[in-house]
Design a protein around this ligand. Structure first.
Ligand SMILES: C[S@@+](CC[C@H](N)C(=O)[O-])C[C@H]1O[C@@H](n2cnc3c(N)ncnc32)[C@H](O)[C@@H]1O
Length: 253
């Protein structure tokens, strides 16, 4: 049974997706007619409800991927293909205490909050109030805000958090904040960065060389989707050629 308050995803016959916190009182008005969400109470995931015009909408359980795809964005966000690797490299799991900056629209914040669980904490920093507000809105919508301590602050001032298990920095000039990162992260633990250009990566690497750190790695992740047609299995015609470069290192004081 699907209970009120759960996150649900409705998918139209043409594949349009609607993410909702399930409220049986709600009526959803679509191009296919009106859907009475109270009909969902009788269903399990994978079943369909019909609009008043008789069009079927699938009711699916949203994954973290679906949540990330649906966030309202006013900044560049980190995409799922990078987020997956970031989580593994930073060792994020239940109970982790992780620092990130800037939060921007909150895509990475959401993924970190999802994985740290109720025992962990995400310490997130953002210097622009409008983006902090947007991040709060995106986290609230999916019920993850309570796992995040969000501060409106320039990370130039430092994090005022010690002994973090990991740090991730997504700002334009990360080489300016390496002392703050190294002060906050536990010795031997990982920290990472995302940068859009190679020039920035080279500048960051030069700055890292002068700091007490080890195990530095630079990479990018390319994702090629395929048309899921068994008789003509082939890649999609277009792909996103570039999102960003990832850089990881560890504190070695
Ligand atoms: C590209 S966005 C981050 C996107 C975010 N990682 C996501 O996945 O949605 C970069 C953010 O860093 C913030 N920022 C830049 N420099 C900063 C600083 N020194 N202190 C705090 N926030 C900063 C910007 O205001 C911007 O919102």
């Amino acid at each position: 049974m699907i209970t009120p308050g759960e996150l649900i995803q409705l998918v139209s016959p043409k594949g349009k997706r609607y993410l909702r916190v399930f409220d049986p009182e709600e009526e959803l008005h679509t191009h296919d007619g009106k859907l009475k969400l109270k009909d969902i109470c009788e269903l399990t995931y994978g079943q369909c409800i019909a609009s008043h015009l008789g069009r079927n909408y699938k009711v699916l359980k949203p994954s973290l991927y679906d949540l990330l795809k649906s966030i309202e964005r006013k900044t560049q966000i980190i995409y799922p293909k990078e987020i997956g690797y970031i989580l593994l490299k930073l060792g994020i799991g239940p109970g982790s205490r992780v620092i990130e900056a800037g939060c921007g629209s909150g895509a990475l914040t959401m993924a970190l909050a999802w994985f740290v669980g109720d025992q962990g904490k995400v310490y997130s920093f953002e210097r622009r109030p409008e983006f902090k507000t947007l991040c709060v809105k995106n986290l609230t919508r999916v019920g993850l805000l309570h796992r995040v301590e969000l501060q409106e602050k320039d990370i130039e001032e430092g994090f005022a958090v010690e002994g973090a298990d990991a740090v991730f920095i997504d700002v334009r000039t990360p080489w300016d904040y390496l002392d703050q990162v190294l002060c906050a992260v536990k010795n031997g633990h990982p920290f990472g960065f995302l940068l859009p250009t190679m020039n920035q990566v080279a500048r960051l690497l030069a700055a890292l060389e002068a700091k007490p750190c080890t195990d530095t790695e630079v990479l990018e992740i390319l994702l090629r989707r395929y048309k899921p047609v068994p008789e003509r299995l082939r890649p999609e015609d277009r792909m996103v050629a570039h999102t960003g470069f990832l850089i990881f290192s560890r504190a070695q004081r």
